[in-house]
Design a protein around this ligand. Structure first.
Ligand SMILES: Nc1ncnc2c1ncn2[C@@H]1O[C@H](COP(=O)(O)OP(=O)(O)OP(=O)(O)O)[C@@H](O)[C@H]1O
Length: 578
């Protein structure tokens, strides 16, 4: 938690003022019983002398003190709320920026659902802690200690009653805290689980409906929801007992003070006003102890949240920018793999073994192979989503580990296997590839990607809205928009991961022809499943279980590579092969 205090530094003035106001509030609340005691003790003398001016004066002071209490309470609450809101905003920002730099492995380690809970719910818990810290955590100990001192000063004869009351209260608080603290810590984990189920349900809604899995998913959600509810009810039930138990205790304590105090009036010369003040001090002390109990109950939950937030902030990103970035002159359109082997973190076996190939400007390299043979992994390594286990990947002549990630990715235009579009217009989505692209460049990219036709048919053309995830366009249209987004970047290296699979043959061949006109000075790497899509490539890399089993043109591979020949024969007729 202390690590997170650095986010409070810039609010030091607001915190100092809030603390000052809280101290003034404590002073006010402990002064009122004094003044009340003066009034009550002064009544006999005033009635004898028939002079009530002193009583009025003391009453006036009470009103003034109450006014001061009201003002400082409002100010302290305001400062605490503003500081906590600012702290939460800064923390969310820090989390977002940290997560942006995560490699895919760190995403997998914490999990997307948990990252969302940590950025929202956990930060909210910490925000509440800051409010509580600036108000209750300051006030409770001050009130408690100051109240005890004042009570003892006013009626030392009754000190023993106060000691008994405090001891009894501490026992109740200890029992409640020991039952609730462990359960509060479990609550956040259950919330994570609920978020995970909810997220999967929403993103996979089409599959769930298509497979009629609504009732199964409802059951899964109900289970998580019920689990969270049961835990929350269990913890709140215990907390709920605390208040009535303490209220009963406080009323009994008041009766006890009155009982023994009234005897003191008879035997120990205790004044009535002093006894009344003592009751109020005792009340303030008891309230302060309850506030301390609430803090002890809430603190572990907030600390659990702090731990979860710190886990995200402290996570060492595996993919780091080099301390000394390469200033080697970048050549355009080169990608080279030198004896690259790669194993996913936590995987038992390497996914790629001893891969070597190179591409040159204007050259189209295709990668083909069975599912799971490692085709997408090759693209992941070029983009440095992961670091190689052995060997070297270089882009435009420089080892990718010697470039800043920003510089590396600025060299590359990538169309992933699963195309993602963002909410906004068609134009916005294409512009995501190059933020300063002109309307003309956007239109040109769409024409090359064979997307201009269907965009023009849309009601608002390039200004037509795209739904979140691109759900209001077809799979083939989504692919073409993703290609246009990549093309508008005019990068030295293009990576297409199974990008044309949803297009019909005619559209695909038109797209390929237009595309290769555009990428004459760039390296183009296409991962493909369809032989017809890749057979005209300048070189074809055939992967089998993470190893290169063939590298050459279609014609060369037909003569030399058994695996390639099998793939071709399974897809093309004898006439087409001939
Ligand atoms: N993040 C990951 N963690 C661990 N293993 C992974 C990860 N991503 C992929 N793999 C494994 O690496 C292997 C290669 O995956 P990759 O996605 O590169 O295959 P692919 O040839 O592109 O397959 P497809 O044609 O089906 O897309 C697979 O066995 C897969 O299970």
């Amino acid at each position: 938690m202390t690590k997170l205090f650095r986010y409070l530094k810039k609010y030091w003035l607001a915190i100092a003022l809030a603390i000052a106001f809280v101290v003034i509030q404590c002073w006010g609340q402990l002064t009122l019983p004094d003044l009340m005691s003066d009034i009550v003790n002064g009544i006999p003398a005033a009635s004898m002398s028939n002079d009530l001016s002193e009583l009025y004066r003391t009453g006036g002071k009470m009103l003034a003190v109450s006014g001061v209490i009201a003002v400082v309470t409002i100010l302290a609450t305001l400062f605490a709320a503003r500081t906590a809101a600012g702290f939460a905003k800064d923390l969310r920002q820090a989390l977002f920026e940290k997560v942006e730099n995560y490699s895919l492995h760190e995403f997998d380690t914490i999990g997307t659902a948990s990252l969302i809970t940590r950025t929202t719910n956990d930060v909210m818990q910490l925000q509440q802690l800051v409010v509580m810290g600036m108000r209750m955590m300051m006030m409770a100990p001050i009130m408690c200690i100051w109240g005890i001192i004042k009570a003892i000063e006013s009626a030392p004869q009754l000190t023993w009653i106060l000691a008994v009351i405090i001891a009894a209260l501490l026992v109740v608080v200890w029992i409640v805290a020991s039952k609730t603290i462990p359960v509060f810590q479990i609550l956040q984990k259950k919330l994570d689980r609920l978020n995970l189920v909810m997220r999967e349900k929403l993103t996979g809604i089409r599959v769930i409906r298509a497979f009629n899995k609504q009732s199964y998913e409802k059951k899964r959600f109900d289970e998580s929801n019920q689990d969270l509810t049961d835990t929350a009810v269990r913890v709140n039930r215990t907390v709920a007992i605390l208040m009535p138990a303490v209220m009963i205790g406080m009323n009994l304590a008041t009766v006890a003070i009155m009982w023994f105090g009234s005897k003191g009036i008879d035997t120990m010369g205790l004044e009535l006003g002093t006894l009344m003040a003592f009751v109020q001090y005792a009340m303030q002390v008891m309230f302060a102890i309850i506030a301390c109990a609430m803090i002890f109950v809430m603190l572990p939950r907030a600390l659990a949240s702090a731990k979860r937030v710190n886990e995200v902030l402290d996570m060492e990103t595996e993919i780091k920018d080099p301390d000394v970035k390469s200033d080697a002159e970048m050549k355009r359109g080169f990608v080279e793999f030198k004896n690259v082997s790669f194993q996913y973190p936590g995987a038992e076996e390497p996914t790629l073994r001893d891969i070597s190939f190179r591409t040159e400007p204007g050259q189209v390299t295709a990668i083909i192979g069975g599912t799971g043979s490692g085709k997408s992994t090759i693209l992941n390594l070029i983009l440095r989503f992961y670091d190689v286990t052995q060997g070297q990947v270089s882009v435009n002549g420089v080892d990718v580990r010697q470039l800043s990630q920003e510089c590396l990715r600025a060299q590359i235009s990538y169309v992933p296997q699963k195309q993602i579009l963002f909410s906004g217009t068609v134009s916005d989505n294409i512009r995501n590839g190059q933020l300063d692209a002109t309307e003309e460049e956007i239109r040109h990219a769409a024409v090359v990607a064979q997307a201009d036709g269907f965009i023009s048919e849309m009601e608002n053309g390039y200004a037509s809205p795209i739904a979140q995830g691109g759900t209001n366009v077809s799979g083939g249209q989504r692919q073409r928009l993703a290609v246009a987004r990549a093309l508008v970047r005019k990068a030295p290296v293009y990576l297409f991961d199974d990008t044309f699979s949803a297009l019909d043959f005619k559209t695909e061949s038109k797209l390929r022809a237009a595309l290769f006109e555009e990428t004459k000075e760039s390296a183009v790497i296409i991962v493909g499943q369809r032989v017809s899509s890749i057979m005209n490539a300048d070189q074809i890399l055939v992967l089998d279980d993470g190893c290169v089993v063939g590298l050459g043109t279609h014609k060369e591979l037909m003569d030399t590579c058994e695996v390639y020949r099998e793939i071709v024969e399974s897809q093309l007729s004898q006439d087409e092969i001939a």
